[in-house]
Design a protein around this ligand. Structure first.
Ligand SMILES: C[S@@+](CC[C@H](N)C(=O)[O-])C[C@H]1O[C@@H](n2cnc3c(N)ncnc32)[C@H](O)[C@@H]1O
Length: 221
């Protein structure tokens, strides 16, 4: 029998009141843990499997990976496209650059905050965003920027934590655990709808707590 949590327990996180303070705090944390993060990604087979689910859905030639971390995912696909990447943590960027150069993988990587992407409107065919959206203090602003820099009919691919649709206790607890660890658990479909994206959603692991969103931008900005 499936152990389900009651519907009223599915409560999304509120966003931090002071987004600048929040951003400073997580930037500091990523600086501390960048090395450990790199090792963890390489050692955790399920994490790698989850984030790699976006690869078959990449379309077109110009791709942006927003918040690439130490670059594990970039290593898998970047040479097949004109690939750009942004992240706001200097240590992560340094490690990603080293990882790419060691493997002969080419991508244009730069520092940027997802809330203000340094690209023109309608520039990318695909945007990839894995395990990062729940760390942004202002989800709507991040989504507005994704929407702005994507071409019409462009693809947005997000992997992140959310409650399992069937509300099973294990997926629920994993999602809560991520929230306790500092993640902002959001109703991503609702945010996508607010920007007129057409999307499909798949639960790809973690007892239904890890979701892949495949979204298409319907309108020009
Ligand atoms: C949990 S890591 C995910 C890294 C990688 N995408 C993965 O799937 O393993 C989150 C990344 O988001 C970046 N990040 C967090 N807030 C950001 C922001 N406001 N703008 C740009 N990058 C941000 C962090 O620096 C970190 O590299």
């Amino acid at each position: 029998m499936l152990l389900k949590v009651p519907e009223e327990k599915i409560v999304y996180s509120s966003e931090p009141e002071n987004s600048i303070e929040y951003t400073k705090k997580i930037d500091k944390e990523y600086s501390k843990y960048a090395k450990v993060y790199d090792i963890a990604v390489k050692l955790l087979p399920f994490w790698k499997t989850w984030i790699k689910t976006v690869i078959p859905y990449i379309e077109g030639n110009r791709v942006l990976e927003a918040s690439f971390g130490t670059g594990y995912l970039l290593l898998q696909y970047a040479n097949n496209y004109e690939t750009h990447g942004i992240d706001f943590n200097d240590k992560m960027i340094e490690m990603a650059k080293k990882n790419l150069s060691r493997k002969g993988v080419k991508a244009s990587l730069q520092w940027a905050n997802v809330e203000k992407l340094p690209f023109p409107d309608s520039y990318f065919d695909t945007i990839v965003n894995t395990m990062a959206f729940s760390g942004y203090p202002n989800g709507k602003q991040a989504m507005a920027e994704f929407n702005r820099v994507l071409k019409k009919n462009g693809r947005l691919l997000i992997v992140d934590f959310d409650y399992p649709v069937n509300r099973n206790i294990f997926g629920y607890c994993l999602t809560k655990f991520m929230e306790l660890a500092g993640d902002i658990i959001r109703n991503i479909p609702r945010i996508l709808q607010g920007f007129d994206f057409e999307y499909s959603e798949e639960e790809i692991g973690g007892f239904g707590s890890v979701h892949l969103y495949i979204a298409t931008k319907l309108t020009t900005v």
